[in-house]
Design a protein around this ligand. Structure first.
Ligand code: PLP
Length: 285
């Protein structure tokens, strides 16, 4: 495997950054994970746009133009001979003597890696459904920035792992479900309306969330961007989650409680089907 580090493709085992990189010392950086299917990028412009926004919000200089970034991304995927896989892009504020304020005259660090990923696993999980647990919302208040500071997400996902669940849903002090540790959270109300937390500073604006919202509207499914509680989720007809790596997975249990009849529901199935058609349209997968 080859990695891109600040202008060079190097064997992954030899790919290194400075120990005083601010990503390492302060988690002072941002990232993206984008999917390649059938050798083509899915929703790539949205990922580039979100990366640009994350960088601007933190006043980190863009390491290169969007067009150059796209060329490097393609090179990293091609160099690793990846058709179906995931591209990881990370930008930090760069290396400097350790001191909290922004350093003067540092160049941002840009790193990209790629690995194969079999999306057929997700298609299989779509048929069986997956489980989630709830976890206290212990994150900061700018979750719209795709920051590499992911310790709360790591702890939440580890709890899920230990509970043999696929994902952990963050629940705030009011009982509201904001999103999962690496996925956006959705329910289907008994009246058929799909509900997901509003795009605000409280959640990451998932690319798949945006794609699914657009598809739902196209298919005349009623959509509400509104908060829902864990109790609402238990009372819902269906629940599901979305992300680049788990495009649309039905949730059949939350904290061990069955959702609906405990099997994937029809609205989620319709949305998943619409999503895979969109994937096929974009990539031919
Ligand atoms: N929410 C969080 C906290 C995430 O980390 C992610 C993805 O990593 C998502 C949601 C889903 O975002 P996307 O659909 O862009 O993959």
């Amino acid at each position: 495997r080859l990695a891109y580090v600040n202008g060079r493709l190097v064997p992954l085992a030899d790919a290194t950054v400075h120990i005083e990189d601010r990503g390492f010392q302060f988690a002072d950086g941002v990232y993206e994970v984008a999917a390649s299917l059938n050798g083509r990028m899915l929703d790539w412009p949205q990922h580039v746009a979100r990366l640009g926004r994350s960088l601007r919000e933190l006043s980190i200089a863009a390491p290169m133009s969007d067009a150059a970034l796209s060329i490097v991304a393609r090179r990293v995927l091609a160099a690793n001979r990846i058709r179906d896989g995931l591209l990881y892009v990370q930008v930090t504020r760069g290396a400097a003597r350790r001191d909290h304020p922004f350093p003067a005259n540092t160049t941002p660090t840009l790193v990209m890696t790629a690995r194969p990923f079999d999306f057929r696993v997700r298609v299989a999980q779509q048929k069986t459904g997956i489980s989630v647990i709830t976890h206290p919302e212990i994150r900061w208040q700018r979750r719209d920035i795709k920051s590499i500071a992911l310790l709360p997400n790591v702890l939440a996902k580890q709890s899920a792992r230990e509970a043999k669940a696929f994902e952990a849903w963050f629940v705030d002090a009011d009982g509201t479900v904001t999103e999962g540790s690496s996925t956006n959270a959705w329910i289907v109300r008994k009246d058929g309306t799909i509900v997901t937390y509003p795009a605000s500073e409280n959640i990451l604006h998932g690319v798949m969330r945006g794609t699914l919202l657009a598809l739902a509207r196209e298919h005349q499914i009623r959509v509400e961007e509104a908060p829902f509680t864990a109790a609402d989720a238990l009372d819902a007809a269906e629940a599901f989650l979305t992300s680049t790596t788990a495009p649309c997975l039905p949730i059949v249990s939350i904290d061990g409680n069955r959702i609906g009849d405990g099997t994937p529901g029809p609205v989620t199935a319709r949305l998943a089907e619409a999503l895979w058609s969109e994937v096929e349209r974009q990539t031919g997968w």
